[in-house]
Design a protein around this ligand. Structure first.
Ligand code: PLP
Length: 490
């Protein structure tokens, strides 16, 4: 039985006519108006009625047949196929797709991304001390464009090919060279896995060691991103307090089989640098308890005072420390390039795991970054940024010292943020955060500054300032505003 099809086509629409025919016939079938066994009108007839070309109808019909809505019966034409009612229920219209519904204020986990970045949404304060933002104006755009253009004019085959799941060999070699020189980590390219930023590196190491791990240890307070991985694991977690020298090694559990997350070079968020004696204690603890350590060295390219410190992984010699690094701070978070270094014993497994997780990273960014490092641009770029960020750090420290009475400033020797520990009797950090926000200034209490505290009753006396993407005049005016907030409170 052939039926009339009432279709309404719009010749001015951007949607091609054949797609309009396909969509509308499909809709009619799904609504049950065309039942199983019914014939579609012959293509010539429908084309005449609609005043369109027969090929347009044929193309739409072929697609309906290819997707299983209709089937040809010899020369008799196309007939609607039976669709099981349950399947129909799943795809029928009428209901909205389920959503999470509105998120109550303050509920749910904060996102790791900086929500004011392009595409991140959210409205950010004008003078924003959000942690760890590299200065957008500092991105080496001219050189990057030149390298990318060169790559695209010569090596486009890589755009359609897979590369090693562990990462582009040239980039792994460049990273290994940088780590040997800058962090005294004696690795070769066959111990480096390129990842989608530092977060992916932490995930890789966590998944690699999960089956060997009985409990998780993590510095407290800690980086929100690491806490998210650990807290979702369903395993016992030992938060280990930090003091002015970083993680308190004397509080580590003596049980065997821990996996410890730590940021020894610039503790996140407090900024403490772990001295050598503690680093050695940490390595001894790992050896004695048959434990592993993931060292997150997220901002170590920026050390302003004193010589660069040997990373924990450099002291360990490739036994128990997995090193996680990122180019998010030194080049740009939008690249999403980080890496993990892997003790040799675990290399094959790590490479296999990376293949299973994502089968490698995008070629173009990896190739561009490898060239950027190999041609010496990265070192020059770092030197320039170090100078810029150091001036901003100096400006912030100076402004705080000139404005407030002997402020206790932590973690200013390196990285892209510092912490002001508020004196007794001062406003709580969260209150300052809220009042500053009303004046267009973003300063952050620990709980909001991408940090996490396992102790809900922890003192709210630390304000985090990421200074790297604000000009000195902005820093000075923000500190003046903080002064007036504190005076209003009196
Ligand atoms: C402590 C710490 N670790 C790791 C990262 C990793 O960042 P990404 O995933 O952007 O490379 C960050 C980023 O802010 C961080 O602050």
């Amino acid at each position: 039985m052939t039926v009339e099809l009432t279709l309404t086509l719009d010749a001015t629409s951007a949607k091609p006519l054949q797609v309009q025919v396909f969509d509308q016939v499909r809709e009619i079938i799904l609504e049950g108006k065309l039942k199983a066994g019914m014939a579609l009108p012959p293509s010539r007839l429908l084309a005449e009625r609609l005043g369109i070309s027969r090929n347009t109808v044929i193309t739409a019909y072929e697609r309906l047949a290819a997707e299983g809505y209709v089937k040809a019966r010899g020369t008799a034409g196309l007939f609607v196929e039976p669709i099981p009612p349950d399947s129909l229920l799943l795809i029928q219209r009428g209901g909205e797709a389920p959503t999470n519904g509105p998120v109550p204020d303050g509920a749910g986990e904060p996102l790791l991304c900086f929500a004011g970045s392009p595409g991140g949404g959210g409205d950010r304060p004008e003078l924003d001390f959000w942690v760890g933002r590299s200065d957008p104006a500092g991105f080496p755009l001219r050189i990057w464009r030149r390298i990318v253009n060169r790559l695209l004019s010569r090596e486009t085959a890589y755009l359609t090919d897979y590369c090693d799941p562990a990462g582009l060999p040239e980039l792994r070699a460049a990273i290994a060279t940088h780590l040997r020189r800058a962090r005294a980590v004696a690795v070769t390219e066959d111990q480096v896995v390129v990842t989608a930023g530092g977060q992916d590196a932490l995930n890789l190491v966590f998944n690699l060691l999960r089956s060997r791990t009985r409990q998780l240890c993590i510095e407290n307070p800690c980086y929100l991103g690491a806490s998210l991985i650990f807290r979702s694991a369903g395993m016992t977690i030992h938060p280990v307090l930090v003091d002015g020298n970083g993680l308190r090694t004397d509080l580590l559990p003596r049980d065997r089989g821990s996996l410890l997350y730590v940021t020894p070079s610039h503790q996140f968020p407090t900024g403490a640098t772990m001295p050598l004696s503690r680093r050695l204690e940490l390595l001894r603890w790992a050896e004695e308890t048959d434990s592993y350590i993931v060292e997150d060295d997220y901002d170590s390219d920026f050390r302003y005072d004193g010589p660069p410190l040997t990373a924990l992984a450099g002291l360990d010699g490739g036994r128990r420390v997995f090193y996680a690094g990122t180019f998010s701070k030194s080049v740009g978070a939008g690249l999403r390039i980080g890496y993990a270094t892997i003790p040799r014993l675990f290399w094959d497994e790590a490479r296999m795991l990376k293949a299973r997780m994502s089968n490698g990273q995008a070629w173009l960014e990896q190739a561009a970054l490898a060239a950027f490092i190999d041609e010496g641009h990265f070192d020059r770029h770092l030197r320039r940024l170090r100078q810029l960020y150091k001036s901003r750090r100096d400006c912030l420290v100076r402004a705080l010292r000139e404005t407030f009475d002997e402020p206790v400033i932590l973690g200013s020797e390196s990285g892209l943020h510092l912490v002001w520990r508020l004196p007794e009797g001062f406003l709580p950090a969260r209150t300052i955060q809220i009042r500053a926000r009303e004046r267009g200034i973003g300063v952050y209490a620990l709980s909001s500054g991408a940090a996490y505290d396992f102790d809900p009753g922890a003192r709210d006396d630390m304000l985090v300032f990421g200074y790297s993407s604000l000009a000195e005049t902005q820093i000075e005016s923000a500190v003046r505003a903080l002064k007036s907030i504190s005076e209003d409170a009196r």
